[in-house]
Design a protein around this ligand. Structure first.
Ligand code: OGA
Ligand code: NI
Length: 340
């Protein structure tokens, strides 16, 4: 990544603004607090920010550390080596170098793997096409215990994701396990992100602004920083300060629909760093492909009617996947397309 390729040039939105903005803080929530405290804090954070950090989350720090080390070892290999596990149109899992968005590239490289290997998804986004295809993880030869390390990490973070989903359900007044069944044969995946230093930080973004289409995202970031969240009340971009050992949690599109807009999936992006590389590891918690997403019946009534028509998780996924590969012409599918 030497000369800047025009495809990396993102909008000017991330260049520093001359005016001073007062910076708020993304809440940090201690998961060892009492149940009532926790439910109310999580509910408030979801409403006010759509983002929060958690500490005392139960995932051992050695497990996180090991993933960080092995991810670094993987990315330090030559491009030829990494391309041996490159993703393609048939199988979206594996390595890619940021070519995933439509007209602009992200300044990063990525390795994706599924939490449940192997997972079925619809073969196409066409509503009447009932064919399924199988996504399979691809594992590199090096580092030697990569697969074991990554699978162990996924199991730990999955437990945390279920716990958080329970708290979120309770905070909405739903039963704790309301949505557990949706995650049998889940499409959840872990992404290892590597953001190399960028000599043109004003021209590129690590990840352009977007919302996550997951139910929840559980993200671990190193101490470099760069993630920014769009503050709902003012529209300013607020940096998420790295907190050692914490996970960053954000509400995804699916929780937005389940909650009938009580909790919103918030825009976020990653700015690049001129001298330091950065790593982050999101876990995208996704239901199974056959799940139909719609507002919880318990939350809708005459005064608060459903704001979304139901949509199918797998078809949404297939549509996104298609727009990744057929760049320019296809607009990314969004939940607002299902708004009533
Ligand atoms: C993402 C994302 C944030 C980060 O991959 O969806 O928002 O800090 N990543 O890397
Ligand atoms: Ni994201």
């Amino acid at each position: 990544m030497g000369e800047i390729d025009p495809a990396f040039i993102q909008s000017t939105e991330h260049r520093p603004k001359p005016t001073f903005v007062e910076v708020g803080e993304i809440p940090i929530i201690d998961l060892s607090e009492s149940r009532e405290e926790l439910i109310s804090k999580i509910g408030k954070a979801c409403e006010d920010w759509g983002f929060f950090q958690v500490i005392n989350h139960g995932v051992p720090c050695e497990v996180i550390r090991k993933v960080e080390i092995e991810a670094k070892e993987f990315f330090e290999q030559s491009v030829e080596e990494k391309k041996k596990v490159k993703r393609d149109e048939a199988n979206a899992m594996g390595y890619h170098d940021g070519e995933n968005t439509k007209n602009v590239r992200d300044w990063k490289e990525v390795f994706d793997y599924l939490v449940e290997n192997t997972t079925q998804v619809p073969a196409s986004h066409e509503p009447h096409d009932l064919e399924l295809r199988t996504l399979t993880n691809q594992w590199p030869q090096y580092p030697p215990h990569f697969r074991e390390t990554m699978e162990g990490y996924a199991r730990e973070v999955e437990k945390l994701a279920y716990k958080l989903l329970e708290q979120i359900s309770l905070s909405l007044g739903l039963v704790a396990d309301k949505y557990h069944g949706c995650f049998k044969n889940q499409l959840s995946m872990v992404r290892l992100n590597h953001y190399p230093p960028c000599p043109f930080p004003d021209l590129a973004l690590g990840v352009g602004h977007h919302k996550d289409s997951s139910a929840l995202t559980v993200l671990s970031q190193d101490n470099v920083g760069g993630l920014q969240v769009k503050r709902k009340s003012t529209g300013d971009w607020i940096p998420v300060k790295p907190t050692p050992g914490a996970f960053i949690i954000n509400v995804g599109d699916i929780v937005q629909v389940w909650s009938n807009d009580k909790y919103e999936s918030v825009e976020h992006r990653v700015v690049v760093n001129i001298e330091k590389e950065r790593s982050s590891i999101p876990f995208f918690f996704f239901p199974a492909h056959h799940v139909m997403v719609k507002p919880a019946e318990e939350l809708v009534n005459e005064q608060n009617p459903a704001r979304y028509r139901e949509y199918n998780v797998g078809k949404f996924y297939a549509n996104r996947n298609r727009s990744d590969f057929q760049k320019r012409d296809v607009e990314n599918i969004q939940i607002h397309h299902f708004r009533i």
